[in-house]
Design a protein around this ligand. Sequence first.
Ligand SMILES: Cc1cc2nc3c(=O)[nH]c(=O)nc-3n(C[C@H](O)[C@H](O)[C@H](O)COP(=O)(O)OP(=O)(O)OC[C@H]3O[C@@H](n4cnc5c(N)ncnc54)[C@H](O)[C@@H]3O)c2cc1C
Length: 439
Amino acid sequence: MPSIAVLGGGISGLAAAWFLKQRGAEVTIFEKGTPGGAIRTKVKKSLVLDLGPNSLRDKSGELLQLIFELGLKEELLVIEKAFKTRSIVRNGKMQFLKPSLASFLSTDLLSLKAKLRVFTEPFQPSGTEKEESIGSFLRRRVGKEAVNYLADPILSGIYAGDIEKLCKTEILPELTRYESDYKSLIIGMLFKNKTKNYSQKETVFNFRNGMQTLPNCLAEKLSSELIHTKVTCIKFMNNHIKVTTEDDDYSFDQVLSCLPAHVLSSLIFEYAPDLSNHLEKIHYPAVLSTCVTYSNKDIPNNTDAFGFLVPRIEGFDLLGAIWKSSIFPSHTPEGQKQFTLLAGGVHKAIKKSEIAKTQNKIIKEFSSIMNINADPIDIDHLYWEKAIPQQNLGYWKIRSAVSNFMKIHKNFTIGGNYLWGVSIPDCIKQAKLTAQQLF
Ligand SMILES: Cc1cc2nc3c(=O)[nH]c(=O)nc-3n(C[C@H](O)[C@H](O)[C@H](O)COP(=O)(O)OP(=O)(O)OC[C@H]3O[C@@H](n4cnc5c(N)ncnc54)[C@H](O)[C@@H]3O)c2cc1C
């Protein structure tokens, strides 16, 4: 069995190491900080604050299978129904939307003209450009207003990115395929729903003690393979790779990098300056995640929904709010309500020195949207200086440089969210596939 080093113990690295260990490989993981990377939970008495990701969405059942394997079944908190109702802000007011035709027809989020334009989608001509931004792609298909008030807030909420730069084939590969296969996104989606396997119900969940339960469990099960140190150098030797850390030198048959792109960039500069430059340029905008808790009596709105998103066109700093108490009530003590507010991203670069100012502003914006006239009883935040990698136009050049590098250095594999997809389920799925292909 080969000896394999996994660099970076975020969810990508931990999951890959877990699957490699299951296959009998001799694995060592190097993690410089808290295992779980971007997944961070803080528990304050009976308040569970998720300061990074707030939920997991499993479409295929694969993620749940891992969770059961890890013995975390009893820890699961599954959202029953609230996640189906979303709201999007228009003219400063929340407009609720459910995934149904009736809800789409009755919502005030879009004008009648914009709704009619959406229904003309199957008759719109297909695009000819291979490289296209999500903004341009969806404007062609469903019209400008639906992009401004639906696509922009939904995608900004997930990627904190700019839809005029995010690449359609990277972010929406399925919709891109529907256009080429069915000449329509609506027909493609209807066809997919018809052929869907209904035994695989989509599940959205968290854990009793918050999102960090998953990486904590993996880190505990991999405790004899996990080394808490920073990787400072890698050297390609004849038939092995030398990994140098702040504390020691190690030698491995193979290495799997699950480090952020900018970290790997400096480690491989000597061997591949071209790839190193590409990786360095991947933009990770900053995101400020703020958890606010209020007394129940101060929340006038019915909060039985996932939360709300704010389109850029509304001019707010707030990207959106997750109604944590509606989706995971046990994370907040009785008599209180908790919300996670997100700000930052590509459109509103937040510097470290502006955290307090931004926090005050977004709490005011949140209060105005929610009609709240009181101050929170608890505020906590985490500033992610480099939060989410942006898969922008031209990303194929990065993928091609990565693939060329791996062809030359066959014992070095590159993974992590900037190649595997930013959602945690995508990272885990690709970690499993990679572990199956390494030896
Ligand atoms: C605010 C926020 C909200 C999000 N919300 C969701 C959500 O609700 N649902 C969802 O599915 N996804 C969400 N995501 C995305 C998801 O959390 C990430 O894409 C995913 O966790 C990334 O995992 P990773 O292991 O690829 O990278 P990372 O988590 O970045 O892990 C990389 C690891 O490498 C380590 N490292 C760095 N340098 C070194 C070095 N020199 N030596 C050793 N180790 C090193 C780091 O400490 C880190 O632990 C969110 C992300 C953020 C920031």
